[in-house]
Design a protein. Structure first.
Length: 546
């Protein structure tokens, strides 16, 4: 059993949530002003994307000072007020810690560039090999993962942007610095930490070329990663906090170790395999319909194997790096309401801790921008050029971006049907979704059948029924291709979940007898004693206690 099995986490992309001062950028005070809404929703934790001092080359995931707030987002007193006001509502604040790398604007890196050996050892510097890069590793943002510094005649490693230099976790001083940062923020009342790409922190002692791939097989879930995470969590005193690791290209076996309570590492892990089922030949920029059979297979594997190993999943569809789930796996026009509720049901009834990304609970859709000038994400702007260079027409390239761009998840929160959807009195940093007149928080709260009220019910059910938070899971295989169904069980309790990922009625091969079961939540008005078919995007959850 996981200590956070009854909890639900709400992710806030600070820049786009709520602007309090009219500069068009979301801020900490904006979040504090919205706590009443979040409390009514019933969430337990708020995960805030980074708001620390940063050049903002990678939207704050390039930190130059872990102890201070970037003035764009507010002040230290704003953060202290947010923590205090949230605590009054029994909501814990969860910070996003980027510990694999720092910004090259960080004081440590500046001192490294000045040739101070102590600080050069904070990073991964290597001498040239045959007058070239130390290895052929590729950055996750494209190009070489090494950058040459002529004054030092050395290269430094950056698995991400050139302005994000990887830290040397083999250096005990680096590990102590990370622990100090966690102690500082825990002392301020922070109740949780999300660790960005934390499974990349341990690099092999000997760095070698990768002639089979881009280098990730050498540093993903690296040689001492479990040792370092244990040390970080236990020595910093955050073992009683909710902790989640973002795991890049990881494996189930490693995620079991990261999240099994007996290992004393993390509370849970994020993995992303299920969000690649609509990548044609594994390429994000080649469109295809989601492969629901593959999606089901991935869920089955991760749910059942993590259960066997006593690991714990973070459950999610959306975040600041993903398009909107209702546009991606549902139907955001004819069946927006129903498919948004179906997707929520599919995730929230599984074994794990659910995460809601801002706007997901009101059924926000992709932005469907029509001009490249409307995009802000550096990845999207780069790939627009690449797509055109590879022979795509302007229309084709924009179509791909409209489905794949990270900006789809980063457009501003839609609060009401007034100016700028109530996000700001100024000019928003990114265009507001055109459908804000219909899709917004105010409308959702007034409608008892809204997606928002459905989410409130799901959150409440997890707290009410022990079977949801702590029951075992078994994926049902004998259902149609587009139907995802599973059973939960604990002691004498049993629950069956049915979700239809199709816009067509799906007939079951074998009728299912539901006599003796109680329907505890559904996104249609229907209730069945004998289930023979599922309506388009229908979701049904049945429960019984023998």
């Amino acid at each position: 059993m996981n200590r956070f099995s009854k909890s639900t986490v709400y992710q806030i992309y600070v820049k786009s949530f709520k602007d309090s001062n009219g500069d068009g950028i979301g801020d900490i005070k904006g979040i504090t002003s919205s706590l009443g809404y979040l409390s009514k929703l019933g969430v337990d934790y708020l995960w805030l994307t980074p708001f620390f001092c940063s050049p903002l080359n990678d939207n704050g995931y390039d930190i130059s000072d872990y102890y201070n707030v970037d003035p764009v987002f507010g002040t230290m007193s704003d953060v202290e007020e947010l923590i205090s006001e949230a605590e009054k509502l029994n909501i814990g604040i969860m910070f996003d810690m980027v510990f694999n790398h720092t910004s090259t604007s960080h004081e440590w890196f500046k001192r490294a560039l000045a040739g101070e050996k102590e600080y050069m050892d904070y990073y991964i510097f290597r001498s040239p090999v045959n007058n070239s890069e130390p290895t052929n590793w590729v950055s996750k943002f494209g190009g070489s993962a090494w950058e040459y510094v002529p004054t030092l005649n050395k290269y430094y490693l950056h698995l991400f942007d050139v302005s994000q230099a990887d830290l040397n976790w083999d250096n005990p001083k680096v590990r102590e610095e990370m622990k100090k940062i966690l102690r500082f923020w825990k002392g301020k009342g922070v109740k949780g930490f999300r660790f960005d790409v934390v499974n990349l922190i341990s690099k092999p002692e000997k760095l070698e070329n990768d002639f089979e791939g881009d280098g990730r097989r050498f540093y993903t879930d690296g040689p001492r990663v479990h040792e370092y995470i244990k040390e970080l969590v236990n020595d910093s005193g955050i073992g009683d906090c909710i902790t989640v690791g973002e795991m890049s290209s990881t494996s189930i076996d490693n995620c079991i170790k990261y999240s099994n309570p007996d290992e004393h590492e993390l509370s849970m892990t994020f993995s992303f395999h299920h969000l690649k089922v609509d990548y044609k030949d594994g390429n994000k920029w080649e469109l295809m319909k989601p492969d629901i059979q593959k999606l089901k297979s991935i869920f089955a594997q991760w749910q059942e194997k993590m259960q066997e190993g006593n690991g714990w999943n973070a459950l999610f569809w959306c975040n600041h790096d993903q398009p909107r789930a209702v546009s991606r796996f549902g139907d955001d026009k004819k069946y927006r309401d129903r498919s948004a509720k179906m997707l929520a049901t599919a995730i929230h009834m599984l074994r794990g801790t659910p995460y809601i990304f801002q706007g997901e609970e009101i059924g926000m859709t992709n932005a469907y921008f029509t001009d490249i000038a409307m995009y802000r994400d550096v990845e999207s702007l780069n790939y627009y050029k690449i797509l055109m260079e590879n022979g795509k027409s302007k229309e084709e390239a924009l179509k791909i971006l409209s489905e794949r761009s990270r900006d789809n998840g980063r457009t501003v929160m839609l609060w009401n049907d007034r100016k700028n959807a109530g996000f700001t009195e100024g000019t928003p940093w990114i265009d507001v979704n055109k459908n804000y007149k219909d899709i917004n928080v105010e409308n959702s709260l007034e409608d008892n059948n809204s997606i928002c009220h459905y989410y409130k019910k799901l959150i409440a059910l997890r707290k009410k029924y022990r079977i949801i938070s702590d029951g075992r899971v078994k994926i049902k295989i004998d259902v149609p291709e587009n139907v995802f169904a599973y059973e939960r069980s604990i002691d004498s309790e049993k629950m069956i979940v049915f979700t239809n990922f199709s816009d067509k009625t799906e007939k079951l091969q074998t009728p299912i007898d539901l006599n003796g079961y109680e329907l505890i939540i559904s996104n249609t008005d229907a209730s069945y004693n004998i289930l023979t078919e599922l309506e388009p995007y229908e979701a049904l959850v049945y429960y019984k206690n023998k």
